[in-house]
Design a protein around this ligand. Structure first.
Ligand SMILES: Nc1ncnc2c1ncn2[C@@H]1O[C@H](COP(=O)(O)OP(=O)(O)OP(=O)(O)O)[C@@H](O)[C@H]1O
Ligand SMILES: [Mg+2]
Length: 508
């Protein structure tokens, strides 16, 4: 068959055999036509591409390999070129559509060359199937178009920076959130960018996260306060990940910035409400305790009056022993200090104030609470025992609210034991747990909890007491959660109830 094709091609050139061998070996399709557009050579690669054998196509007009409009216009192209010598495709490559024998189309890259040899004049077309490349290009274009659409339509602010920390791209949500266009930020170094966009206190830790990401590819998330262009502070969460090269070297950092201002405001409001509720409940609890406390304050005051009278009598008798007078005055001052302490404790618990977050010494706070409780206990047969671990580390939180939790738990315990036998006790134990928590346990020797009560214990307004509000434990729970801790309940070994507060230790 190849021989027949060789014969068809006019043997005008001495090296015709060599040309023929070249055409056969070529990877690209090669189609030679004469000046009238008739195919004079069709190599095996072209046979594979178009599905025609050389034998059936030789001598036919080359336009049968083209779909419209090329099919209908090719003769004119050729005519025009031959008469004007103005090339359109000759000498240059271009992408066109070709047609197979079965009518299907495929994209090709076509380059056309002209040759003149003796009387022979023709053109050679070199054809490369670019279906795969086109498909790849289309997929890539579609991909990047999709990516662009995602970036533009997502409500999350996104910024992309390169390995040098320079901004490559931001999306419209970023611009809406922070007010900057890419032009306003382009060219800034990583440090400058962070300085422009981030609140001073958050810069150092953010930069160290970013450096780590560029070195190790490790993604990070962090709460950051941003500054918008119009100087608004924006509480946001930044989530950054690395885009890596094939050798897993970080190449780009993609940061998503999630606005948490609304959430932050809501959290703040909830915190305030909680504090208010805690305050109201505290006043209620203290209201119930007030007669006991008044009695306690009254005692030192009565003692002071008595001692003062005694001193007066000493002095009036004219036989006053200075040592005795000094001793009595000392007693007066001790009683005054005691009364002062009670009042101080009360004032602290009744004042309305913002919630703080400071380092707390739980033992000292428990001791203060126990002093207030002791006044009440004088009238009862029960006792309050403290087993405090002197090495107890500090925790974070609000001191008054922590005291409120302990006070509520102790009062619940005392109330539970009210109708029980005499000589029952409440024990407050503090200890360090191995998992980085301190544990404060309030246990009693009361009747314990029935399963129904245990199930609803922390529900607001759940109470079994005729005059109870049922808010004590739910407030305790919310205070402890706000301290990142946990409040739970279990059966004590004595059969009573045992409430367990766990609070994370503050690292020094
Ligand atoms: N130590 C305990 N032993 C047995 N039952 C308890 C104990 N502590 C709480 N309870 C039960 O849990 C219920 C809810 O307690 P909570 O402190 O929330 O409300 P309260 O004490 O009834 O009212 P208040 O709002 O005045 O505190 C109590 O009514 C009681 O039935
Ligand atoms: Mg209670």
């Amino acid at each position: 068959m190849r021989d027949s094709r060789l014969k068809e091609t006019s043997p005008v050139h001495p090296s015709h055999d060599r040309l023929s061998a070249l055409l056969d070996a070529a990877v690209d399709g090669m189609v030679v036509i004469d000046g009238a557009g008739r195919i004079t050579s069709f190599n095996p690669a072209a046979e594979r591409l178009f599905g025609y054998t050389a034998a059936e196509i030789l001598g036919h007009n080359v336009k049968m390999l083209m779909p419209n409009p090329y099919h209908d216009e090719h003769d004119q192209y050729l005519q025009r070129y031959l008469s004007t010598a103005q090339p359109h495709v000759i000498g240059i490559g271009r992408e066109v559509i070709a047609r197979r024998r079965d009518g299907s189309m495929f994209p090709i890259e076509l380059s056309v060359g002209e040759f003149k040899s003796g009387s022979e004049h023709g053109f050679v077309g070199i054809i490369r199937d670019i279906t795969a490349r086109k498909r790849q290009e289309d997929a890539l274009r579609k991909n990047s178009e999709e990516l662009r659409l995602i970036l533009e339509s997502t409500p999350t602010a996104i910024a992309i920076t390169d390995i040098d920390g320079r901004l490559v791209r931001i999306n419209p949500a970023f611009q809406r959130l922070l007010g900057y266009s890419i032009e306003a930020l382009a060219g800034q170094s990583q440090e400058d960018l962070v300085r422009t966009l981030v609140a001073e206190d958050d810069r150092k830790s953010l930069l160290s996260d970013i450096h780590k990401l560029y070195h190790t590819g490790e993604s990070f998330r962090r709460d950051v306060r941003f500054h918008s262009r119009d100087a608004q502070e924006i509480h946001a969460m930044i989530y950054a990940g690395a885009v890596c090269n094939t050798d897993s070297q970080p190449r780009l950092m993609v940061s998503q910035i999630i606005d948490r201002s609304a959430l932050f405001a809501a959290e703040h409001e909830a915190e305030e409400l909680r504090a208010q509720l805690a305050h109201v409940s505290r006043i209620g609890t203290l209201g119930e305790m007030v007669s006991g406390i008044a009695h306690e304050v009254n005692q030192p005051l009565t003692a002071i009056a008595n001692y003062a009278n005694a001193v007066k009598r000493f002095l009036q008798s004219g036989r006053a022993d200075p040592m005795e007078v000094a001793g009595t005055l000392e007693k007066i001052s001790a009683q005054a200090v005691r009364a002062g302490q009670v009042i101080h404790g009360l004032r602290k618990l009744t004042r309305r104030r913002e919630t703080e977050r400071v380092k707390l010494d739980c033992n000292a706070l428990i001791q203060e609470v126990s002093r207030l409780i002791e006044f009440e206990l004088r009238f009862s047969e029960h006792e309050l025992l403290l087993e405090l671990d002197p090495t107890l580390p500090k925790v974070f939180g609000d001191g008054v609210q922590f005291q409120q939790v302990v006070l509520n738990l102790i009062r619940n315990a005392l109330e539970a034991m009210k109708d029980g036998a005499q000589g029952e006790s409440v024990t407050v134990t503090t200890s360090v747990q191995v998992d980085g928590y301190v544990e404060i346990v309030v246990s009693d020797t009361g009747p314990g909890l029935t399963p129904e009560v245990e199930e609803r214990l922390f529900e607001p307004f759940f109470t079994t007491k005729p005059r109870g509000m049922g808010v004590g434990l739910s407030i305790c729970k919310s205070i402890v959660s706000a301290m990142d801790g946990n409040l739970s309940c279990r059966l004590a070994s004595t059969g009573g109830a045992e409430f367990v507060i766990q609070l994370p230790i503050v690292s020094e």
